[in-house]
Design a protein around this ligand. Structure first.
Ligand code: C2E
Ligand code: MG
Ligand code: MG
Ligand code: MG
Length: 294
């Protein structure tokens, strides 16, 4: 990004800058290795109905276990992965691992949905064709109906690349998958803007849920999002529910679904399996059993 302006060159030699660059270079090298060595894992956070808290699905959330730095949260490496293009192999790994686990839960009779976060970079600049091919291939490989796979895209990403996203999302929707708008309320999109996208679910950003009980303007914003969502016949999921009061309030406003530490933190797959066993009746298994005996 050097502009050839001699006077600003000192910036490139500031010790702080060098330290940051070294850190960044090291992180990038580590991330490249992590991709090759598959140092990632997925945690799954339940998404429940606010009425009776039954688990209708999970959101897959990536974790990076680095040998030196330990567990690195996605906010600290997804932006770098997007800049470097590493998000493409990482995103592929996420999709496949999520479908492997979903296949295992489905085969035990837990017919939950799987929501996967996807970066813009995976969808635009010609990548949407390979993304859709990848999805077809994986759904077929694991025998999963597309209606169980949901794709989360942040509102700010939609705002950045409206045209390209629209085409990519239409292809995803034509496949039979639901599209969620993530972190809704932070990206300044308008009603008419939202209407032009083939989405089915709005996720209300955690920052509004955090403050809504103390801050009337956040409460009003949530009310407006819920009303708008309903008028567009979209489903609403609230993120980051941490207290009973928050859950009750969201429910009273007509929000149907939610996720948050109150219900469950994101869990490794075996812990999610345990939770499903405790909380859900395996439907498919039951039907299969019936078929066997009829
Ligand atoms: P997100 O998609 O909005 O995910 C929700 C984040 O809120 C998760 O953070 C989750 O652990 C956290 N969360 C959920 N409930 C609560 C709560 O009650 N309290 C608090 N304090 N936090 C809660 P996480 O796992 O650190 O992920 C951060 C972001 O990283 C995600 O935000 C998503 O944008 C991105 N991300 C995660 N996994 C992937 C991935 O596989 N691919 C891509 N492209 N992005 C991902
Ligand atoms: Mg998400
Ligand atoms: Mg979110
Ligand atoms: Mg968020």
């Amino acid at each position: 990004k050097a502009k050839g302006d001699g006077r600003s060159n000192y910036r490139y030699f500031s010790p702080e800058m060098n330290a940051n660059m070294l850190e960044r270079i090291e992180l990038e090298q580590r991330l490249r290795r992590a991709v090759l060595q598959k140092e990632f894992c997925l945690n799954y956070q339940p998404i429940v109905t606010l009425n009776d808290r039954s688990i209708i699905g999970v959101e897959a959330l990536i974790r990076w276990q680095d040998p030196k730095f330990g567990l690195i949260p996605p906010d600290q490496f997804i932006p770098l992965a997007e800049e470097t293009g590493l998000i493409e192999p990482i995103g592929e790994w996420v999709l496949e691992q999520a479908l492997i686990d979903l296949h295992s839960w489905h085969s035990q009779g837990y017919m939950i949905n799987m929501a996967v976060n996807v970066s813009g970079r995976q969808l635009i600049n010609g990548n949407q064709i390979s993304f859709n091919r990848l999805i077809s291939k994986l759904l077929k490989k694991y025998g999963i109906d597309a209606k169980y796979l949901h794709i989360e895209i942040t509102e700010s990403m939609l705002m950045e690349d409206r045209e390209q996203c629209l085409h990519a999302l239409e292809a995803i929707r034509d496949h039979g998958m639901d599209i969620y708008i993530d972190d809704f309320g932070t990206g300044y999109s308008s009603l008419s803007y939202l209407k032009s996208f083939p989405i089915s679910v709005i996720k209300i950003d955690k920052s509004f849920v955090d403050n809504m009980l103390e801050c009337p303007s956040d409460a009003n914003l949530i009310k407006a999002i819920i009303m708008m969502g309903k008028s567009l016949e979209l489903k609403l999921v609230a993120e980051g529910i941490e207290t009973e009061k928050q859950l009750a309030f969201l429910r009273s406003l007509g929000c149907d679904f939610g996720q948050g530490y109150l219900i469950s933190r994101p869990l490794p797959n075996h812990e999610l399996s345990n939770l499903l066993t405790l909380r859900l009746t395996p439907t498919l298994k039951h039907e299969q059993n019936l078929e066997e005996y009829l």
